[in-house]
Write a protein that binds this ligand. Structure first.
Ligand code: NZQ
Ligand code: ZN
Length: 395
């Protein structure tokens, strides 16, 4: 595919780099809005260190605490209001993907008089695609989403049970200040879900993208193998800084547009998972861990060759040829076993989801995103029955 690539985010990566927050923020403005989640950064001292760095650089700041996992549009509205009332001119997101996503949309909502939900894609082009936002500095405390260095954000609407995304150039953070030390306190389960999210970001492009992308394939395989190897170490020993750093870097690389450049694939596993999160408020990476292997088995039945390549290159298996479905399935089995080994769920029942609403999840997924034929974009494009079938196979 022809493609353009532009990622303007200035990345500062490395242990101890939190100390540079004040310096980075004071280049952008005079008063920051610090956005945080449910309190982990307060408990583990990260907030105090961030505040000290800002004060040392002469920056004033206001605060918007309490961004929830699967961040809600009401919280985005609240944050934008605080930023206006307090006269902030830069936003600092100190937290996981939820905090970063909420902060990005607050930054755009700052300049928009309508409801920020207008920016979220749900079913048709959003009524308002933002073109202007306050500068955002992301300081991720969890390696997972890649939000720190991309132009996307995912927001939920509790009232309508919708969870969907906005993508806009103005949402690229100006600076991603990535300090792997901040992830040392992430609990085992969230660490594992993050690893699954990272891997799924590249498997989406790998399996749904166009053919003939040998460099992108190797990039993706590099991210998968690295995330598996170092992710398992980070789960086994959360204090292993080197493992934390490798996983953090994998998170950035997986979804800053580079690995998937020119592949032009859909993100069907994510779209299905977002519906499950919208209905059941489950953790994104845990939902992906259930949906991804089930989706892979469905897609491999249509198009085994890429899954054979996956089995051979990721797990060193030897298939009988590109059409060897059993060889393809063995690779998927190994992938699922890896997810289990780091403590991720692989069945819907583990997420306390039963078969009562399978058709509804499929309809909702398609209502939010579909191609001209009403199907979920991906290879293959999926009908309502396909989506329900994948979920049924994961019960
Ligand atoms: O809220 P706090 O108290 O900070 O606790 C969080 C939360 O409970 C905790 N946590 C984060 N850093 C920690 C920590 N606990 C201890 N020590 C630390 N250092 O972890 C829990 C989960 O946090 P959350 O931010 O929800 O996790 P994640 O980073 O996985 O973000 C998930 C959200 O991002 C969206 C997902 O859909 C979901 O809403 N995504 C965003 C994307 C993007 N912008 O590009 C792409 C992804 O595919 C994804 O859809
Ligand atoms: Zn994801």
């Amino acid at each position: 595919m022809n493609f353009e690539y532009h990622n303007p985010t200035h990345l500062i990566f490395g242990a101890g780099s939190l100390a540079r927050l004040g310096e980075a923020a004071s280049r952008q403005g005079k008063k920051a809005l610090i956005v945080t989640g449910g309190g982990s950064v307060k408990r583990n001292g990260t907030f105090d260190r961030a505040a000290a760095s800002l004060k040392a650089a002469g920056m004033a700041f206001a605060e918007c605490a309490g961004v929830e996992p699967n961040p809600r549009i009401a919280t985005v509205r609240r944050g934008a209001r605080i930023a206006r009332e307090e006269g902030c001119d830069v936003i600092i997101a100190l937290g996981g993907g939820s905090t970063m996503d909420a902060a990005k949309v607050m930054a755009a909502a700052f300049y928009y008089d309508g409801d920020p939900w207008d920016m979220i894609y749900h079913g048709q082009p959003a009524p308002h695609v933002p073109t202007r936002a306050l500068p955002v500095i992301t300081v991720p405390t969890l390696a997972a989403t890649g939000s720190e260095m991309n132009m996307g954000a995912v927001i939920s609407n509790e009232e309508t049970k919708e969870k969907s995304f906005v993508q806009a150039e103005c949402l690229y953070p100006v600076v991603a200040l990535v300090d792997p030390e901040l992830t040392l306190s992430v609990p085992k389960d969230q660490t594992a879900y993050g690893v699954c999210d990272i891997i799924t970001h590249v498997t989406e492009g790998y399996f749904n993208g166009v053919d003939g992308t040998p460099i992108q394939d190797r990039f993706a395989e590099g991210v998968i193998v690295t995330a598996m190897e170092w992710g398992a170490k980070a789960v086994a020993d959360g204090k292993d800084l080197e493992a934390r750093a490798q996983v953090q870097w994998a998170s950035i690389v997986a979804l800053n547009g580079w690995v998937n450049a020119g592949t032009n694939g859909g993100f069907p596993v994510h779209m299905i998972e977002h519906t499950l999160s919208a209905f059941h408020d489950i953790t994104h990476g845990a939902g992906l861990s259930v949906v991804n292997p089930a989706w892979m088995r469905f897609a491999a039945a249509h198009r085994p060759a890429k899954f054979v390549q996956f089995a051979e290159r990721i797990f060193g298996l030897k298939a009988k040829g590109p059409e060897d479905r059993d060889g393809a399935l063995q690779g998927i089995d190994r992938f699922e076993a890896f997810l289990k080994s780091i403590g991720c769920p692989t069945r819907l029942s583990e997420l306390k989801i039963d078969d009562a609403l399978l058709a509804r999840y499929a309809q909702e997924t398609l209502r939010i995103i579909h191609d001209q034929n009403g199907r979920l974009p991906g290879r293959p494009a999926m009908t309502e029955a396909d989506i329900a079938g994948v979920l049924r196979s994961a019960l």
